[in-house]
Design a protein around this ligand. Structure first.
Ligand SMILES: Nc1ncnc2c1ncn2[C@@H]1O[C@H](COP(=O)(O)OP(=O)(O)OP(=O)(O)O)[C@@H](O)[C@H]1O
Ligand SMILES: [Mg+2]
Length: 164
């Protein structure tokens, strides 16, 4: 594992399953109101990571649905919710509204967002921002940085967790 500086962490994944496991660890730390943004080109592994997050978070639903869904709402036995939004097709304010970004954020659910750059003006800074990158067919770089106070705490906890 490479630690870049206090606010960023980079890990290399060698397989689909390893990326999912990196996601599981993040999911174990994610709380209501947290924001996790996932950037990276098509096929870089955002959805694989997100499925791991949902599993680690404790979602009752199976996270392996292959269908294209704009907003996937996961539930946990204690009533908490984790919403996974794919903003690939979104472009502007109406789109951000159509996916209910503000409402979801104000409802205090944990939010996971693919293609956050498409709705950047409607997102808060505080959270963990991940950028995934192809290295080769099965190898990916996952670079995470923190925004805000909670983001910094979450990333610091994540760094500790993946070390063990
Ligand atoms: N190390 C790896 N980590 C993640 N996925 C990998 C890895 N190696 C190979 N893959 C494959 O790459 C693909 C990643 O697909 P995924 O849907 O997660 O990408 P995505 O970033 O969500 O793309 P999109 O922008 O289209 O939603 C999967 O088919 C997965 O099996
Ligand atoms: Mg995806």
């Amino acid at each position: 594992m490479t630690i870049l500086n206090a606010d960023a962490v980079e890990v290399i994944s060698h397989s689909h399953d390893q990326t999912a496991r990196f996601g599981v660890r993040m999911g174990q730390l994610l709380r209501s109101g947290d924001l996790l943004c996932l950037s990276g080109e098509l096929g870089s592994g955002k959805t694989v990571f997100a499925a791991g997050v949902a599993r680690g978070w404790g979602a009752l639903e199976n996270a392996t649905s292959p269908t294209y869904i704009l907003a996937h709402e996961y539930h946990r036995a204690d009533g908490a919710q984790l919403h996974h939004l794919d903003c690939y097709r979104l472009r502007g304010p109406q789109d951000a509204e159509s996916v209910g970004l503000t409402e979801r954020y104000e409802a205090g659910v944990a939010l996971m967002i693919e293609w956050p750059e498409n709705v950047r003006p409607w997102l808060p800074e505080d959270g963990v921002w991940a950028a995934l990158r192809h290295i080769d067919e099965d190898k990916r770089s996952l670079r995470l940085h923190a925004g805000g106070v909670r983001g910094a705490q979450l990333l610091a906890d994540y760094r500790e967790l993946i070390r063990t």
